[in-house]
Each structure stands twice: as C-alpha cells, then as structure tokens.
Ligand binder design. Structure first.
Ligand SMILES: CC(C)(COP(=O)(O)OP(=O)(O)OC[C@H]1O[C@@H](n2cnc3c(N)ncnc32)[C@H](O)[C@@H]1OP(=O)(O)O)[C@@H](O)C(=O)NCCC(=O)NCCS
Length: 164
C-alpha cells in the first residue's frame, strides 16, 4: 500500500538531522556509485540553502528530494524513491512537492539534470512540463539539463534553450 495522509495525499515532510544514515542508505540504493558521500548529505541536513524532503512509511524513509530554492532558478538536486516502492505515485508526490516549494520560494524556473539514459525519470519530467535546455557529457555520460517554467517571466540569464 502507498502511504497516504489524512487528505488522501502522499505525505511529504522535512527530514530530521537524525535521518542522515537513512538518507545516505537510500541514495546508495538508488544511485549506486554515483550516490552523494555522507558528508554531502550532512550538509544538506545542516547547512542553510538546502531544502530536503522525505516520504516515510512506518517511520522508514522510502523517498527523498533535495531542492535548492532560489528567486530566479531553483534546482532539484536529487529525487529518489526506494526500488520496492516505485510505480505507486511517490515520484509524482515528491516532484509536485518540489515544484510547489520552488514556486513558494519565488522561483520562476525549476532546473534539474538527468542522464539521457534515465528514461523513467525523463518521462516523468517531460510529463510535468520540463523541457531540455542543455545537452552535455559528464564523465562520459550524456546528460540533459531540463527546465520547467513556474511563473511568467523571461528565460534565465544563461539562456541555452537554443541548444535543446
Ligand atoms: C524516477 C523515480 C523517482 C520515479 O519514482 P516512482 O515513485 O516510481 O514514480 P511514480 O510512480 O510517481 O511515476 C511517475 C511517472 O514516472 C514514469 N514511470 C515510473 N515508472 C516507470 C516505468 N517503470 N517505466 C516507464 N515510466 C515509468 C511514468 O511516466 C510515471 O507516470 P504515470 O505512470 O503516472 O504516467 C524512481 O524511478 C527512482 O527513484 N529512480 C532512481 C533514481 C533516479 O533516477 N532519479 C532521477 C535522477 S534525475
């Protein structure tokens, strides 16, 4: 069963500093060798600027995002759902929560980066209105930067749409 809150929605909440080990574990499970080191997750939990969010079931974290809110272009730095809990709408719950928080922070755009081979994530982003703004290669892996408009306004100053 998918965890649901009183309103029928999947509850997304702020993590606690004590969630560090769980977040590191989920990240390793979802991203393998490309997972962030524990130090990076510690910074996400303790340093200002980062906005991590989690979905729990029975106190266990089964999904997480990391947002970098900003007035012009917010960045979704990470999104992951535990493999055993995928295809139940948790990815949508996390992505929609990030879009809402980025909008609340005053951002006009939400940016993210994704491997071109991550077809599941790519499909999800395209369905929510993200478009490719930059194609590049990192560590030999073809990647995309994607942008979604959150409110009316001009394109970000690093206008790269013509490369998409
Ligand atoms: C991407 C990810 C977060 C999606 O989580 P999820 O909980 O399975 O997503 P949802 O069930 O909410 O589905 C969201 C959409 O993703 C797409 N999707 C999910 N699973 C899919 C699959 N197996 N095949 C094709 N598309 C799929 C669909 O478009 C789906 O929308 P729809 O079924 O309502 O039309 C999850 O697969 C994951 O953690 N992957 C590993 C980490 C990762 O790649 N993160 C993104 C890095 S940029």
């Amino acid at each position: 069963m998918t965890p649901v809150g009183p309103t029928g929605r999947v509850p997304v909440s702020d993590p606690l500093p004590s969630d560090l080990a769980e977040l590191v574990g989920l990240d390793r499970l979802c991203f393998g060798e490309r997972a962030w080191p524990a130090r990076a997750w510690w910074e996400v939990l303790h340093e200002p600027g980062w906005q991590p969010r989690v979905i729990r079931t029975r106190q266990v974290i089964i999904g997480a995002t990391v947002l970098l809110p900003a007035p012009s272009v917010a960045s979704l730095a990470s999104i992951a759902v535990h493999p055993a809990w995928r295809q139940r709408g948790l990815g949508w719950a996390l992505l929609d929560d990030a879009i809402r928080l980025a909008g609340q922070a005053g951002a006009r755009w939400l940016a993210l980066n994704v491997d071109q081979g991550q077809t599941v994530a790519l499909r999800m982003y395209r369905k929510r209105g993200f478009g490719a703004s930059l194609r590049y290669v990192e560590d030999g892996i073809p990647r995309l930067e994607m942008l979604r408009r959150l409110r009316r306004g001009t394109l970000p100053c690093y206008d790269v749409r013509r490369h998409g």
